[in-house]
Design a protein. Sequence first.
Length: 320
Amino acid sequence: MWVLAEDRIAGLMTPEAAFDAVENVFAAMTTGKARNFPVIREALGHQDALYGFKGGFDAAGMALGLKAGGYWPHNHESGLINHQSTIFLFDPDTGRIKAAVGGNLLTALRTAAASAVSIRHLAPKGASVLGMIGAGHQSAFQMRAAARIGGFQRVIGWNHDPAMLPRLAETAAEIGLPFEAVDLDRLGAEADVIISITSAFEPLLLDRHVKGPTHIAAMGTDTKGKQELDPALLARARVFTDEVAQSASLGEAQHAVAAGLIAAGDITPIGDVITGAHEGRGGAEVTIFDGTGVGLQDLAVAAAALDLARQQNIAVQVEI
C-alpha cells in the first residue's frame, strides 16, 4: 500500500487541483456514477470528542474508501488542530487497501473547494464584496479559495470573538484585498457572497440581515443541532447542497425542514447545476449552498494527492 504523510500534502495539493476534484465528484454524484455510504458519527464520551466515518464509491474516478476521524475540541492544549482525520483508499477491483493519506489539510482544502464550486456556479453576476462569518482555522482556506474564483474587490468579516478577527485581516492582506470588520447587519447588506464557517448551535445570520442578490455558502453545519442561518432565510432562498439526505438531516437545512418551512424535495444537488440539469441562480434573490461535507469529496482529493505524490516519487510504499 502507499502511505502519503500529512506533512507532504501542503507541497503537493493545490487549490486548483482540489477544486477540479470536488467539482468532478459533485457531477458524478448527480449522474449516479458516485454514491456516498451512510455516515457514522458518534460521541466518544472521552475528551468531548466526536468520531466517525465517511465513505463512498466513485465509479467515474474509480475511488473507493473512507475517511476516519473527527473533532477533538481540546486539541489546542496540545498544539494540534481540533479536526483530525486519515483517508483510506481501496482498490475497487480487488478490495485490497491501496493507500493511507493524511486527511487534515485535505479536509480543509476540500471544504474550501466545495464553497468555491458553489460560488462559481451560484454567485450573483458582478459580485465584488466577500463576507466572512467565522475566523477559525478553516476561514483562511475559505477566503483564499473564494478569492481565486470570484473577482472580489474587498472582504468584510464578523466573528463571535473579535480577538480572532486579525486572522481574516491577515488572510485578506495576503491575497491583496482590503478588509474591514463589520457587524452582521452591514455584512448581510453589503456582501454579494457570504461564507459562514463556524461551529455555532444557533442562527447567526438572520433573514433580516440579508438584502439584495446574495449567495451564501453555509459550511459549518455538519452535525445534528448545529446551526448558522435563520430558517426563514432558507425558506425564501433557492437551496443547493452536496447531498440532499445529509442537508435535510444534519446540514444547515435540518432546521428549516424540521419547522416545515422547506422540504427535502426543495433542495437541489449542486451537481445538477454543474452538469446543466438545473439553471442555478436563475432569477433568485438569494441562493444558499448547504455544504455538509461528504465522503466522496475526501476520496476525490486524496486520490488526486496520491496521483501527484506518485508522479513526484513522494509517496512511500509499504507491505502489510
